[in-house]
Design a protein around this ligand. Structure first.
Ligand code: SAH
Ligand code: SF4
Length: 348
């Protein structure tokens, strides 16, 4: 028997071919497409506008949907984190952040991550594997349904979960195509953000393939020496990253966000802030300061509130827009950098 198909891995043409091979007319493919992306129905039996025989045939060929292994919600109800099992049992995490009138889903793009940022729980695992297009999209589709079930609407998608999205470029790019397909998920690209550790070649590709998708670049240091301590995997230099961002600015006319995780006594002084401001001068940018979320096994502690505000002020004095990230979901370790797929660790 053929391997089960992940319906979310299929583009429109492939879905059309599948429906045809099941002896059904072409318009049925459009119905399945809408059910999956607009309604968030991934189980064919739930697609009640389809003839029963098609639902049954699809159920036979499609991979069975798996329930989340676990869902945790923060005490204030603002954030839920789901641990989802992939077909090979690899777990990934997806986070839904409710902050009226927005509902944002934070997507994983890889299981684990190769970049090894010293403060990041995902980085501790190393890269386990790339996620397929369907595995990326399933997270958004499920989040759409969770929001709807609560009488809300998913409005934003951020690639800030596990993994480095620009190290899985083609699958992330295809996922963005589907998320923005008006007959599919139907989200404006302006409501999508890709957060990257900084891979210059793929920042350029993103500017050309998806110019209106928002770009966030995790810089964390004003110069190369310090950055190497924090992002140890040999990759692009701060210079190369900053030039790619300048080019992104020029080509897209957009504003980029620099993310900067603040670690006490490491990269949090006013002098660092001044050097950062010099480094990014002339770029239409906004700096998002993220006080470190401590997590077992990762290096560092967060600076005091006073140091954080001092850093922000030093940037603002040099004309750089800067905000301090509002944190949600810390009590369930759903904040950035705390995603680790706990079942991997415990071996369950
Ligand atoms: N790999 C991408 C996207 C995932 S990480 C990237 O690095 O940008 C999303 C954000 O969470 C990044 O800015 C990352 O630096 C930040 N982050 C990682 N670990 C963190 C931690 N322990 N505390 C606070 N932010 C963290
Ligand atoms: Fe990977 Fe981003 Fe974590 Fe660095 S911060 S290890 S790039 S997921």
């Amino acid at each position: 028997m053929a391997d089960p198909v992940d319906l979310l891995d299929l583009d429109r043409e492939a879905l059309g071919d599948l429906i045809e091979s099941l002896g059904q007319p072409g318009f049925r493919a459009r119905q399945v497409w809408r059910q999956m992306y607009q309604r968030g129905n991934v189980d064919p039996m739930q697609m009640t506008d389809l003839p029963r025989v098609l639902r049954e045939n699809l159920t036979e060929v499609a991979a069975a949907e798996r329930e989340p292994l676990e869902v945790q919600t923060s005490a204030d109800g603002s954030t839920s984190k789901a641990l989802l099992p992939l077909s090979d049992g690899e777990p990934i995490e997806t986070v839904l952040i409710r902050s009226r009138p927005r509902d944002t889903v934070c997507l994983s793009s890889q299981a684990g991550c190769a970049m090894g940022c010293v403060f990041c729980a995902t980085g501790l695992q190393g890269l386990r594997r790339q996620l397929s297009v369907g595995e990326i999209l399933r997270q958004a589709v499920l989040a759409r349904r969770w929001s709807r079930d609560e009488g809300r609407e998913l409005t934003h998608v951020v690639f800030m979960g596990m993994g480095e999205p620009l190290a899985n470029y083609s699958n992330v790019s295809e996922a963005i195509v589907r998320l923005t397909d008006p007959e599919g998920f139907g989200l404006s690209p302006r409501r999508i953000t890709v957060s990257t550790v900084g891979i210059p070649l793929n920042i350029r590709r993103l500017a050309s393939d998806h110019p209106t998708v928002n770009l966030a670049v995790s810089l964390h240091a004003p110069d190369q020496e310090l950055r190497r301590e924090l992002v140890p995997v040999p990759g692009a230099s701060v210079d190369d990253i900053v030039s790619a961002v300048r080019e992104h600015n020029r080509r897209t006319g957009g504003r980029v966000t620099f993310e900067y995780v603040l670690l006490r006594g490491v990269n949090d002084s006013r002098a660092h802030a001044r050097r950062l401001a010099d480094r990014i001068r002339g770029i239409r940018a906004h700096v998002n300061l993220i006080p470190l979320n401590p997590s077992p096994g990762v290096v560092g502690t967060r600076p005091s509130r006073r140091t954080t505000l001092g850093f922000q002020q030093a940037l603002q004095e040099r004309g750089v827009r800067a905000t301090v990230r509002v944190e949600q979901g810390r009590d369930i370790a759903a904040a950035c950098g705390q995603l680790r797929g706990d079942r991997v660790r415990s071996g369950a």
